[in-house]
Ligand binder design. Structure first.
Ligand SMILES: NC(=O)C1=CN([C@@H]2O[C@H](COP(=O)(O)OP(=O)(O)OC[C@H]3O[C@@H](n4cnc5c(N)ncnc54)[C@H](OP(=O)(O)O)[C@@H]3O)[C@@H](O)[C@H]2O)C=CC1
Ligand SMILES: CCCCCCCCCCCCCCCC(=O)OCC(=O)COP(=O)(O)O
Length: 311
């Protein structure tokens, strides 16, 4: 009798595993959203991941609105993209640019109006711009904590809120945000950055639930280290520029591969994508499942990284 029941359970497990596998294959095979002619807005498009996203979405036939603080660098990206365009399909378009500073939230509403004037609508908003930070909390001015939050968190949510009503009105659109593994776990000497990314994750998780019924998906993408100038451009505790290309950044993911992953996430309207290797993935798991061990590992990391003047 027990053996018969055991066989039944095994059958049930195998059938369930088969259904799950089939579901996963079907999800992978389903056609993604078309990007030909879609209006895609990318913040932080002048360098790094934003610039690579501009390349892949341009090549997919999107009409781009590239945003950043430096008009000349944005024009340089436009020139590179149009120079590399071929006459073959998909049809590609010369990108538009809108110049504004995300940390100045008063100007974001005006920038959103300018963005909407480019093509009359926004199909995909990619909140990518961001700045990182290096420092210990004891030596960090509160103004630095605020400044990082202004760019990474308030800047992204201000632009999102300014563009959202037009998407809701059309019952169409897609909001994407580039967070970080540090939106899932907090590591020492990154307080301002990790806090801004945790806040980002929370806000966009709330937004996803609130706007799903309008047919507007929200995608949060959390990459590990990427080979860009993020560490060079990072600010320190007194607000000065860090200016160093860290080894972790220099040996990080190729931004072209991350941009392809962003494109795939947009096509498949993914909700939450973590692009991380085994160690960060284990760390994210431990933070929830075994927090005491995670905190011990982070304390040990902090001790190892502590500079002599912190003693
Ligand atoms: N590199 C990495 O290891 C990782 C990066 N990320 C995230 O990826 C995103 C892109 O960073 P990445 O490409 O690596 O770094 P970069 O420093 O190369 O790019 C940052 C971009 O953000 C823009 N930016 C910065 N501050 C502002 C501001 N106040 N207003 C408007 N634009 C601004 C910059 O444009 P400009 O200066 O021309 O205005 C630049 O184009 C960030 O959100 C980052 O947190 C996530 C995980 C890992
Ligand atoms: C019992 C086995 C334990 C194994 C657990 C190992 C725990 C290892 C900790 C790993 C920490 C990973 C941190 C990854 C951080 C990251 O990828 O950040 C991405 C960024 O946003 C980079 O920004 P930054 O300015 O910090 O360069």
């Amino acid at each position: 009798m027990e053996r018969v029941m055991g066989g039944g359970v095994l059958q049930l497990v195998l059938v369930s595993a088969g259904i799950l596998l089939l579901y996963r294959i079907l999800v992978r095979l389903r056609p993604g959203a078309a990007l030909q002619d879609a209006v895609v807005v990318i913040t932080g498009a002048s360098s790094g991941l934003g610039k690579e996203c501009a390349r892949v979405f341009h090549a997919a036939g999107a009409r781009l609105v590239l945003c950043g603080r430096d008009a000349a660098r944005l024009q340089q990206v436009v020139q590179e993209l149009t120079a590399s365009s071929t006459s073959s399909r998909p049809q590609t378009y010369t990108p538009s640019t809108v110049v504004f500073d995300l940390s100045d939230t008063d100007t974001v509403d005006r920038a959103a109006e300018e963005i909407l004037k480019c093509y009359g609508r926004v199909d995909v908003l990619i909140n990518n711009a961001g700045i990182s930070y290096r420092g210990n909390i004891l030596d960090t001015h509160l103004s630095v904590q605020r400044d990082v939050m202004e760019t990474n968190y308030f800047g992204s949510i201000a632009l999102t809120q300014a563009l959202l009503p037009s998407m809701v009105h059309r019952r169409s659109g897609h909001i994407v945000v580039i967070s970080s593994v540090q939106g899932k776990i907090a590591i020492p000497y990154r307080s301002a950055y990790a806090a801004s990314k945790h806040a980002t994750q929370a806000y966009f998780d709330c937004l996803r639930a609130e706007i799903e019924h309008y047919g507007i998906p929200v995608t949060v993408i959390s990459p590990g280290y990427i080979r860009t100038s993020l560490s060079v451009n990072a600010v320190t505790g007194d607000g000065s520029k860090y200016g160093v290309l860290d080894k972790s950044t220099a040996t990080g993911w190729d931004p072209r591969d991350v941009a392809q992953a962003v494109l795939k996430a947009v096509r498949h309207r993914s909700k939450d994508v973590v692009l991380a290797g085994p160690l960060p993935s284990v760390a994210i798991y431990l933070r929830t499942m075994w927090p005491a061990l995670f905190f011990k590992l982070m304390s040990s990391r902090a001790r190892k990284e502590r500079k002599p003047k912190d003693e």
